[in-house]
Design a protein around this ligand. Structure first.
Ligand SMILES: Cc1cc2nc3c(=O)[nH]c(=O)nc-3n(C[C@H](O)[C@H](O)[C@H](O)COP(=O)(O)OP(=O)(O)OC[C@H]3O[C@@H](n4cnc5c(N)ncnc54)[C@H](O)[C@@H]3O)c2cc1C
Length: 474
């Protein structure tokens, strides 16, 4: 390798920070180790991960847990020496608001879909039509030809009918993605559901057969960090600084130029121009499209990726007057009528201090309400005060409470949840290839799946690809 290479990471969400961690992980003192700079537009790192104070306690105002069955987040936390701060989720199960009542969700769900007629019976609140549709799936399953992709909605509606799709699968699966199951790709989000549909025959039977054995499903489903997951980006920044990585916030990248000379790329902010041999773009797709779109139509096409925006309203309630249903929270089907007119805006509630033991305090409970879907941005029209009040009214109905919150906080997020719609793969793979031809690797939840482990894994993979290319330079 010639002179010491320079690598710029654009975006200091978890994927960008994880990329910088991987890039800087070579042997200490290696003269060929790259110089690494991370440029972040916002005033702080971490994207949606953010800590804040509510009712005298420091809590996650953004993402608060990550899937335990994926290794990427836990591995990174261990590498940072934070393994002792890992905590397990303290509850399991959830309820569904159906026909004006909370119904405990059946345990036997595979990929968010009930796996048996017994599970649907257990759920309660479904109409005779829904049960008949499930019964028909067992005896005379509806034919469905799926190629290499179909929407989750198309599969579930065809096989199990509209009601199960709308009242059970949409809140569970659509809720996680803040999207609509009729748009979302089964191949990308629930490949097991697609495979079950491709097999033909009964969907319930195929899902039951592919559900993990109880032993494999044992153990906590989610982890968090004792000081809040929002402490992870800052911990990463401190460890990166110790490795000599420069992380600059308030440094929006305004241009990437290809040049001739010692370094083939230049990354420009309003005040700086950093020469680079490789760049990891860990930015949302519209930003990447705006910066790189003139290089290749496949990169410009990234501008078509749609994102959902969302908000989370966290409230502290007096415990005595607020009995909670079992489990980690409540899911609310879209289109649930609201006595005040229209439909509920809350899509889910989570019981924060039931999930995370360090948050428990005598005399009060912490409830988080989720609002916002790809096609429901009604919450954005409310100011914080009115949004808190509306959500408190909806919580009163959903949980049967007459109390008002002691304190509440509204956290609004930029459109940050990419919608993995049918056909999405055709947009992403060519863009990634076009970027790599120009010495740029794409990372983040736009490309490799939504969620904290996925973002970390994506950033590290992009970094390894960049290092491999640099090592192969003449
Ligand atoms: C409301 C919400 C709740 C979530 N809850 C959970 C959860 O509980 N568990 C879970 O596992 N996952 C959760 N997720 C998903 C998870 O947080 C994301 O998948 C992950 O954080 C995405 O990381 P990223 O690095 O890909 O993107 P981001 O974190 O969005 O990072 C992109 C970065 O690029 C920066 N940027 C943009 N333009 C420029 C520019 N021109 N120059 C420089 N920088 C730029 C942005 O400011 C941002 O910091 C949630 C997501 C949201 C939005």
């Amino acid at each position: 390798m010639s002179a010491r290479p320079s690598v710029v990471v654009v975006g200091a969400g978890l994927s960008g920070l994880a990329a910088a961690w991987e890039l800087s992980g070579g042997a200490p003192g290696d003269p060929d180790a790259p110089r690494i700079e991370v440029l972040e537009a916002a005033a702080r790192v971490g994207g949606p991960l953010v800590l804040g104070d509510l009712d005298g306690q420091r809590i996650d105002l953004g993402p608060d847990g990550f899937l335990a069955r994926r290794p990427e987040a836990r591995t990174l936390i261990e590498e940072l020496g934070l393994a002792e701060d890992l905590i397990d989720i303290g509850a399991s199960g959830a309820s569904l608001w159906l026909r004006g009542q909370l119904r405990p969700l059946p345990r036997s769900l595979a990929l968010g879909v009930p796996t048996s007629r017994a599970a649907l019976r257990e759920l309660g609140g479904l109409s005779w039509h829904a049960r008949a549709a499930a019964w028909r799936d067992g005896l005379a399953p509806r034919a469905l030809r799926v190629g290499d992709d179909a929407s989750i909605g198309q599969i579930v509606r065809t096989k199990l009918g509209d009601e199960i799709a709308r009242t059970v699968v949409e809140p569970l699966v659509g809720g996680i993605q803040a999207g609509r199951i009729d748009d979302l790709s089964a191949a990308l989000l629930l490949p097991g559901l697609l495979a079950a549909a491709q097999r033909g025959g009964s969907l319930l039977r195929a899902l039951a057969a592919s559900a993990p054995a109880p032993a494999a499903a044992a153990g906590p489903a989610f982890h968090s960090l004792r000081g809040g997951l929002g402490s992870l980006p800052q911990a990463l920044v401190e460890h990166l600084a110790a490795r000599g990585v420069v992380v600059r916030t308030g440094a929006a990248v305004q241009a990437l130029r290809r040049v001739t000379g010692e370094h083939p790329l230049v990354v420009e902010t309003a005040t700086t121009a950093t020469p680079a041999d490789a760049v990891v773009m860990a930015t949302p797709a519209p930003v990447t499209a705006a910066l790189l779109g003139s290089w290749d139509p496949d990169l410009a096409a990234l501008g078509a990726v749609r994102y959902a925006a969302a908000a989370m309203i966290t409230a502290s309630y007096p415990e005595a007057s607020a009995p909670l249903p079992a489990g980690t929270g409540v899911l609310v089907p879209l289109g649930t009528p609201w006595a005040g007119g229209g439909t509920l805006i809350v899509t889910a509630l989570t019981f924060l201090d039931r999930k995370w033991e360090p948050l428990r305090q005598p005399g009060r409970v912490l409830v988080r309400a989720h609002v916002g879907r790809s096609d429901d941005q009604r919450y954005a029209a409310f100011d914080d005060e009115h949004l808190s009040a509306r959500v408190a009214d909806e919580i009163s109905v959903l949980l049967g409470w007459s109390t008002r919150p002691i304190a509440a906080h509204v956290q609004r997020f930029l459109p940050g949840l990419p919608q993995y719609v049918v056909g999405y793969r055709d947009l992403i793979a060519p863009a990634r290839a076009a970027a790599q031809r120009a010495g740029v690797d794409l990372a983040g939840s736009t490309y490799d799946g939504v969620g904290i482990p996925a973002a970390i894994g994506s950033g590290r993979r992009a970094a390894r690809a960049a290092l491999t290319r640099l090592a192969a330079r003449p």
